[in-house]
Design a protein around this ligand. Sequence first.
Ligand SMILES: *Cc1c(COP(=O)(O)O)cnc(C)c1O
Length: 420
Amino acid sequence: MHNPPLPELAVADPEIAGLVEAEAARQQASIRLIASENYVSTAVLEASGSVLTNKYSEGYVGRRYYEGQQVTDPIETLAVERAKALFGVEHANVQPYSGSPANLAVYLAFAQPGDTVMGLSLPMGGHLTHGWSVSATGKWFRSVRYGVRADTGRIDLDEARDLARAERPKIIFCGGTAIPRTIDFPAFAEIAREVGAVLVADIAHIAGLIAGGAHPSPVGHAPVISTTTHKTLRGPRGAMLLSDAEHATALDKAVFPGLQGGPHNHTTAAIAVALREASAPSFRDYAHAVVANAQALAGALVERGFDLVSGGTDNHLILIDLTGKDIGGKPAAKALDAAGIELNYNAVPYDKRKPFDPSGVRLGTAAITTRGLTPAHMPQLAGWIDDVVKAASTEDTAAIERVRAQVTELISSFPMPGFA
Ligand SMILES: *Cc1c(COP(=O)(O)O)cnc(C)c1O
């Protein structure tokens, strides 16, 4: 059963209640390896589902356009102060609705339409909002892209430097959505300084690792930091913009009134709760355990003959290149899902297949670490992944069923928050 329970919803809208219950049961029953997902605490769920959703509060603390902010102001203040303390930044804006609008606010703050911007190419691990062609950020700005080295699978800093010198971008994004290795923030800072660009560290994926001391921080290198709150940081769906004092006003104006109306106060409260959780000593243990699990899983996959982009991982994320395995990323992901192992198909650098059926799958250990799985479980998990990928290429559904039964047995002894 969903926890907190949903008795009123069950009466008022049995169809939706049934689907929410089904999703809770599905999340409980699968090994969730989607690198951008996690399980929030019941406390975060309670804050997200609160009456704060009823309140409008356009503006910022002490400068609102609506009355009745006696309670919303202290809530937003708590979220902002906790974000500043946790990441060690001078300024935090907790209002962006999600990671993509947060990034759009960065463009609005520091570039004009048509200006040149630079980011990691999407098929190389960058995010859509770093100037990819189908995104507004690629349509309204002139985007140039650096990539990863073909031989190492790691970000090509020489290419990034040469491109920045030649193109003089206004904004440089570092970070991405499928990067298994540590981001070299000091190196990007040097490039940005040389060409006079604003360096933006998009830490959406790794924010929880940074908060927990398991990945170097961009603070002191990137004056602007964009992050979601719902990936390794383990908060509600939302985002934050963190910055030094110099860039604060431009960011605030870009979020509101530049891009958004009223902030989502229920989300702000839930972000505050998640930030408090992330400042506890146990969250440091969690962040390091996420990396330990990813490295153990990567090692076990390599032992099984899988080819990993960059050969392994420094963070929570692993990108498997299935090129040598006789199967595309999409059928592999579908077979794994049928076996109760959830991940996503993903392009790999220099992919020869099409984006909707690329050569890779991406996985991450943030969610399974929250469930309590440890490095000791990773050889077994790698074995199941291997069995299912083999079974998928030979269409052996019985083998997939056998893995499904074992997955269910293991994961059912690791309770998830949000289900009782
Ligand atoms: C997930 C992600 C985003 C976008 O977040 P949404 O909340 O899905 O809009 C932005 N940048 C990076 C690097 C991401 O991984």
